[in-house]
Design a protein around this ligand. Structure first.
Ligand code: LLP
Length: 442
């Protein structure tokens, strides 16, 4: 079985160069840090494209499988352009994501709009820009979207988001398919929703069902169960309401390798579970599907991204551990403090030096919980070293904040020894650009 790009901790172009520094995409990380300053997000184009191609190869036997990249993992103009050029559509969840993928030139008919509380504004924008599918999540949205589509003389193609009742072993904040979830219709509400659509919503065109079980998933059986649940439900609805529903959306969730102990399945292993499950369940339940969507987010962009930090002060607690502080932290990567996420790192300017000490990498933000990595073995760290934290392409920039009024970092795209800024570093003036002092205070 082919190795998946998502099964690497580091971008596939990572090397130690002649100067003894780490390079990615042919670019020396120490030089990148000097040129663009730190913290710096670095995205490797080759790794990003390689994951997209893994997915295509894995599913090439089944042309019904349509890949939508889940933009929430990382949504920028440049990365959207690359991902679209690799034949992906997009899963979006906000006006901002819709606008970004639209501005990147994406084919909007290959965009699906998700979310548990879409606003009228967002639905209008999606209708105006010709978004291809709406995953309708709740009763309010059924009526709202029908009304808005009617006002624009349109008929919206929809999937119904259901909670499949599958528990997966991931952090409880990123489980979504279990029954007590804020997302989608409970199985006991599906008939009521379908009746409402068929009887009272002529501007909605129900095409099928959508589910998403969770994120950072390592067990492929989750998808096998999900396929059966969705295909069986499609068959039941087709029979009961004399329909021809023929689309299912399996959501995203395939995991990545943050640390050595992580063993995510590759897209090939994922496909080897999904494809036979589709074939056998479609036969068993007499269903023929014209489209099977998958919505990977993390596994597309995570491995391609690293973050560079400069090390600063350090402190050894008497009889305790040694903290080394870096110039970023929870505002550019909230995952360790939010999900106890673990990361792997190296010192970019001396990756080969012998392992010297166990340190805890602390962020610079004013929270004791702002720890990026707990207890990692690294060569002796000196002030001014460049720390490279791997696998930060997903849910880092997209969840970044300006906590402590710190400017968000820049992002550069590297490929073939070339580096291009794809997100500018925020400036101090950017930070105050939305502030207003009322006249009476002047
Ligand atoms: N589809 C739906 C409906 C989703 O809700 C999600 C993620 C995805 C697709 C993409 O899942 P992925 O392939 O990226 O696992 N901030 C968290 C992850 C939250 C995921 C939310 N939904 C983290 O940093 O781990």
């Amino acid at each position: 079985m082919q190795v998946g790009t998502n099964q690497n901790i580091k971008p596939i172009t990572t090397k130690i160069n002649g100067d003894g520094n780490i390079e990615i995409g042919g670019c020396d990380l120490v030089s990148l840090a000097q040129k663009y300053e730190t913290p710096l997000y670095v995205m490797d184009e080759e790794t990003l494209r390689s994951v997209c191609r893994d997915y295509h190869k894995a599913f090439e036997a089944c042309p019904e499988v349509t890949m939508l990249y889940a933009s929430k993992a990382l949504c920028t103009l440049a990365t959207s352009k690359i991902i679209a050029s690799e034949g992906f559509g997009f899963d979006v969840v906000s006006k901002g994501e819709i606008y970004t993928v639209f501005k990147s030139g994406a084919d909007m008919s290959k965009v699906l709009f998700n979310g548990n509380n879409k606003s009228p504004d967002e639905l209008m924008l999606a209708l105006d820009l010709g978004v291809g599918r709406f995953s309708v999540d709740n009763f309010l949205e059924i009526s709202l979207l029908n009304e808005l589509a009617k006002s624009k003389n349109k008929r919206a193609d929809i999937l119904l988001r259901v909670t499949p009742g599958i528990e997966c072993h991931t952090h409880k904040y990123i489980q979504t398919g279990h029954l007590d979830s804020k997302f989608g219709f409970d199985p006991t509400q599906v008939d009521e929703a379908v009746s409402l659509i068929l009887e009272e919503c002529p501007n909605l065109n129900l095409k099928g069902l959508h589910a998403h079980t969770g994120s950072q998933i390592f067990e492929t059986r989750v998808y096998r169960d999900e396929v059966e649940i969705l295909v069986r439900e499609i068959a039941r609805l087709n029979e009961k309401y004399s329909l021809n529903l023929d689309e299912i959306n399996l959501g995203g969730g395939l995991g990545v390798k943050y640390i050595e102990a992580d063993c995510p399945p590759s897209p090939y292993e994922f496909a080897q579970v999904v494809l036979p499950a589709l074939a056998s369940n479609c036969e068993k339940y007499g269903v023929s599907l014209s489209k099977v969507y998958i919505e990977p987010g993390r596994s597309i962009v995570s491995t391609a991204g690293v973050t560079l930090y400069t090390t600063g002060s350090s402190k050894r607690v008497p009889n305790g551990r040694k903290y080394v502080s870096v110039d970023g932290g929870m505002a550019d990567n909230v995952r360790p403090s939010m999900y106890q996420a673990e990361y792997t790192a190296q010192i970019a300017n001396k990756p080969d030096a012998e392992t010297f000490e166990k340190v805890t990498i602390a962020g610079r933000f004013c929270e004791s919980g702002d720890i990026l990595i707990n207890e990692i073995e690294l060569p002796e760290i000196e002030e001014g070293d460049i720390l490279c934290v791997y696998n930060t392409g997903a849910y880092n920039y997209s969840m970044a904040s300006n906590y402590n009024r710190v400017e968000k970092p820049a992002m550069v795209l590297v490929n073939d020894a070339q580096s291009d800024v794809i997100i500018k570093r925020e400036t101090l003036d950017d930070l105050i650009s939305h502030d207003i002092i009322p006249d009476r205070l002047k």
